[in-house]
Structure formats: C-alpha cells, structure tokens
Design a protein around this ligand. Structure first.
Ligand code: FE2
Ligand code: FE2
Length: 396
C-alpha cells in the first residue's frame, strides 16, 4: 500500500510538471503568436492547462474519497469544451457540441447527487466516469472524425478499469492520455500553419498568374462588347488576335511570343475607348482618318498606367506603322517590333475581308491586296506567313 502511495505521488508530480511545461509553452505561443487565431488557440491552451492542473491537485488532495471521480469528470468536461473550441479555431469552423455538453453535465450532476445522498459505492461513480469518457470519445469521432483523439478516451477507460483498486492512482493515470490531446492539438495547429506557409510560397506564382489571366480575360471581354456596338467592328479584335496567332505560329515563334502577339492583338485597338463613337460609323477611309493617330496615342496612354499590360505597348503603338515609314509615327522596317508588324498585317486583312475600309473583299482578293504592298507597307516575311496560314486554314 505504501508503494502505491509513493507511485501515486510521483505520478501526481510528473503530471503536474508536464502540465506546467505545457502551460509555459502555450503562454510563450500566446505572447509570440502573430495572428489572432494563434493567440486564441494558445489562450484556450492556457485555460485548459489551468483547469487540468487544478483538477490534478484537487484529486491528489482528496485522497481516496469518491469525490475524486466527480472532480475528474469535471476535468474531462472542461478539457473537452476547451479543446473543441481550439479545434473550431484551427479549422475555422463553428461547430457546436451542445448535445455532448448537455449529456456530460447530466452525468456530472448525477454523480454529485449520488455523493450528497450518501452513496459511497465506487462502482457507480466509476460507471459514470467511464460513460463520460465514452460520450467524449463519440463526440470526437462523430463531430470531427478524430479517431486519434477518441483513442485517448479508450485508454483512460482501460486505465480506470485496470487500476480500479487504487482510486486516486487510476483517476490520475486516466488523465495522462488527455494531456496527449492538448499536445496533439497545439502540434497540429503549428504544423498546419507551417504547411499553409509552404503552400502559399509554392503557389504564389500560380495564384498571381491566374489573377492576371482573369483580369486579362475580363478586359478582352469588355473590348469585345465595346466593338459589338458597331456591325463593322463586331469581333474585330478577336479575329485579328486569331489571325495574328496564326501568322506567329507560321513564323515558328516561341510559345511565349505567340501568346504576347495574340494578347496584344486582342488589345491593339483599346485606344478606341477614348474616341467619339459617333464618328466610327461614318465611312471615312480608315487610313486617312485622324482617329487612327488618336486611338494609338490613347491606347499608349492607357497601357502606360498598367505594369501588367505595358508589355503590349509596342503592338498598340505601332500597329498602324508601315515598313516604308509612312505610318503615323514614321518608324521604318525592322525598327517596328515584329509583333506589331504581324498585327498590322492581320488587322488590315481582317478589315478587308469584313469590308470595313471599303467593300467586302474575298479572302483571295484580300490576300492579293496585302501581297501587292508586301515589302512596301508590310513585312514580306509576315505576308508570306499570312499566306501560308490562310492557305492551311481555308484551302486545306
Ligand atoms: Fe487600330
Ligand atoms: Fe484594328
């Protein structure tokens, strides 16, 4: 018997010191924690370790009274409440456990009533303590699918039964697996925090790219809607983008450049946003219209404001330049960037086949027109690539 008292004493001390270290750990987390969530979780950790250690001291001081069972049930309950709250915070959920709380409180109340009416048979209290463990175990499994935490309840039950003859010892021992729960909980929170940091680092580029893509597509949609107000301009940029991409592929450009050409072609007339739309429906010959100069400059001013779209600037600014230098900016030959030379050809071709500049031309006639000015207005390589693309697309 003396031996058991001694072992119980050591168990009491080791539980208390273990809880104290846990308490220090969560206090440090609470102070150093940078986010509100970490602070709240650490705060629950502090509360549960205080409740836990007070319970341990109480159980030890009560010696072998059956009140020890009542007290340990209270500790089970309080820890259950705090740890479920911690879990809610870890997984950003708002799950309530009122049913379980209610049953546990009833069990505790019943054990207090038993004590006050003078029932001192240990077996009744033991059954209630085991029932409390079963309720908590079921709570962990059903609400959180946390079999791992309910195992600690199973272990507590086994210890309560195995060491039944030594009341304080068995009850204190039954609290050991509960201590593991708290450590598991805190470890989980920190491993999750680390994992999410790693995920953010790994996915940040994808995240930015998908946002930029969404933004681009939204802008392309706006451009398309704007053009659809006029029959003569319907889908103009979309068509020019398709033809430009075809030319770029015929020129065997890198995928990155092909994308730049296609997207730039989609944006090439963005400057029309700033042009009086009433003028656009008149039949002024396109190349002679003063709006050409204006929409190029307005487009440039729009793109300059964005660090995402500035890469399309050469296309927007030079898509009305001719290689003989007769365009609005007077830039010549290879001085005009290749993407712009491609879009210039695609743009003219599209206007010809859709009859925007004059009467509608057939594909063959439009191609003949472009070829006539190859080497004068248009880059011969680009014109050849257009021819190849058109041939594949329409005659094969
Ligand atoms: Fe244009
Ligand atoms: Fe255009």
């Amino acid at each position: 018997m003396v031996e058991v008292e001694k072992i119980t004493y050591y168990l009491f001390l080791s539980l208390l010191s273990g809880t104290f270290f846990y308490f220090l750990l969560v206090v440090v987390f609470f102070i150093l924690g940078k986010t509100v969530r970490v602070k709240i979780i650490s705060f629950y950790g502090v509360l549960s370790s205080v409740a836990y250690s007070s319970g341990i001291v109480g159980i030890f001081l009560l010696k072998d009274s059956v009140l020890v069972y009542v007290l340990v049930m209270l500790v089970y309950f309080i820890k259950f409440v705090f740890e479920l709250e911690m879990y809610n915070k870890i997984y950003y959920s708002q799950v309530r456990y009122l049913g379980y709380y209610f049953v546990l409180l009833l069990l505790i109340l019943f054990s207090i009533v038993l004590f006050f009416i003078g029932v001192s048979d240990k077996i009744f209290y033991l059954i209630l303590a085991i029932s409390a463990n079963v309720v908590i175990g079921i709570g962990w499994i059903t609400t959180r699918n946390l079999a791992i935490l309910s195992i600690s309840n199973g272990l507590s039950i086994i210890l309560l039964l195995l060491l039944y003859d030594y009341l304080t010892f068995s009850v204190l021992f039954s609290l050991v697996p509960y201590g593991m729960n708290s450590i598991y909980m805190i470890a989980k929170e920190y491993s999750l925090a680390l994992k999410s940091l790693k995920n953010i680092e790994e996915n940040i580029d994808d995240l930015i790219n998908s946002q930029v893509d969404q933004f681009k597509n939204f802008l392309f949609l706006l451009i398309n809607r704007m053009e659809s107000r006029y029959d003569s301009r319907k889908n103009h940029s979309l068509n020019v983008a398709g033809i430009s991409e075809g030319i770029a592929r015929e020129l065997n450009l890198e995928e990155k450049v092909v994308n730049l050409v296609r997207e730039g072609a989609m944006m090439h007339d963005i400057g029309f946003l700033g042009i009086d739309h009433r003028k656009l429906s008149t039949n002024v010959t396109y190349e002679e219209s003063e709006d050409i100069v204006k929409h190029v400059v307005i487009g440039k001013e729009i793109l300059e404001k964005s660090n995402v779209f500035i890469k399309y600037l050469p296309i927007v600014l030079y898509h009305h330049e001719f290689i003989d230098g007769s365009g609005p900016e007077g830039v010549k030959g290879k001085m005009i960037p290749l993407p712009a030379r491609i879009v210039t050809v695609a743009d003219k071709f599209e206007r010809l086949i859709n009859g925007r500049d004059s009467h509608k031309l057939s594909i063959r006639k439009a191609l003949e027109f472009i070829k006539k000015y190859s080497g004068v207005l248009y880059d011969p390589e680009v014109v050849k690539a257009l021819e190849r693309y058109i041939f594949k697309r329409f005659y094969y």
